[in-house]
Each structure stands twice: as C-alpha cells, then as structure tokens.
Design a protein around this ligand. Structure first.
Ligand code: SF4
Length: 195
C-alpha cells in the first residue's frame, strides 16, 4: 500500500465515492458511505463495510453495532464528532457478506486517500477484514487485537474486535470479547492522552 498525493478535498473525495461505479457493489447499494467525522482527527476507525442501516442513510456505524460502537467510545470520553469513522469498502455487500478481495482492492485507493488527507497518528481497525488487509496478514483478529503495529508514515495500527462481533458475544466474563474490548478502548485512550 502506498500513500498517494491528493489534490482533492475531503468533501470532493466523498462526492467521488458517492458517485462511484468502479466495482459491482455499486449495482446493489442504495447509498455509498464515504465516512464521517473530524478531518483533523489523530485517530481513524476503519470497519469492514456498510450494513443495511448505513446503506439506507449513507452514514457509517449507525445501526445496532454502530450504536454499541458509539457507547464504547463514550465510555472513555471519546466523541464521535472528534474522530473519523469509515470502512475499508464504501458500499454494502449483498446480504452483509464479507467484501471480497477484488472489491477491497478496487475500493482501497479511497481509504488511502482519506488517510493521506487526514494524516492520523493512529488507525484502529475494527474486525478481521480491515485488520488483515492493512497489516497484510492472515493472523486471526483474536491474536492481533489490543496490540500496536507500526505502519506507513509513522502511523500506528491498533486492531480491535468489530462491534457486531460483540453483539453476538454478550458475556462480559474475564477474557471474553467484551471484556477484552473494554481493555482495548482504555489502552487506546491511554495512547491518545500521550499524543
Ligand atoms: S465499494 Fe468502493 S469501489 Fe465499489 S462502487 Fe463502492 S465506492 Fe466504488
């Protein structure tokens, strides 16, 4: 992955994404979801792909998983408006299947452009798909989460579980996905307070 030089503004880039027809997901989506939040954020959150609610509204992380994600941020006093939230592919795959390799490859330049424009210090990958893609690994998210990985341009990548995974695993016993996520968000907050 290379960091591109960008001549567009964030809003122009978002418009380009909303009009994009580059991959077959454009045929089945209702609205592309470029992402939202602060364009000066030191941290970007990158999920997998829009779901049904996001596809209808054109906004990221607004369904049940998104609402849980907002509460996770609020638990350490991080406001959504202060960070940038997006996905590795910008259009909903049919039946919420995982985006395939080709769709990710075709869409990735948009994420690369967003990263180049925002220039964050930290990228939090949410779930297996963005984590494996950006870190170029096949390791499981359960092995990668909660660790800091050096990446391009001095950016650090911090993988966490996807909130939809937490909805499917509600227990909060020691070592459960929920409890590990509580530890991870506190670690993220600790790092942000040092920047
Ligand atoms: S997923 Fe990405 S590449 Fe495919 S149509 Fe949507 S914006 Fe374009």
């Amino acid at each position: 992955m290379d960091m591109p030089t960008i001549s567009l503004t964030m809003e122009e880039l978002a418009e380009k994404i909303r009009d994009c027809q580059k991959c077959p997901l454009s045929q089945t989506r209702k609205k592309a979801v470029p992402g939202e939040g602060s364009h000066n954020s030191v941290v970007m959150f990158v999920g997998e792909a829009p779901g049904g609610d996001e596809d209808r509204e054109g906004l990221p992380f607004i369904g049940r998983a998104g609402q849980l994600f907002t509460r996770i941020l609020q638990s350490v006093q991080i406001e959504r408006k202060d960070v940038f939230i997006t996905n590795i592919v910008k259009c909903r795959p049919p039946q919420n299947r995982n985006p395939n390799k080709s769709e990710i490859e075709i869409c990735l330049p948009y994420l690369e452009s967003q990263i180049a424009l925002i220039n964050p210090r930290i990228i939090v990958t949410l779930g297996s798909v963005p984590t494996k893609c950006l870190l170029n690994t096949d390791d499981a998210i359960s092995r990668l989460r909660g660790q800091w990985f050096p990446w391009l341009g001095g950016i650090k990548i911090f993988p966490m579980f996807h909130p939809s995974y937490l909805l499917r695993h509600q227990e909060a016993t020691p070592g459960s996905p929920k409890e590990l996520t509580w530890r991870d968000i506190q670690e993220l907050k600790r790092m942000l307070s040092k920047i």
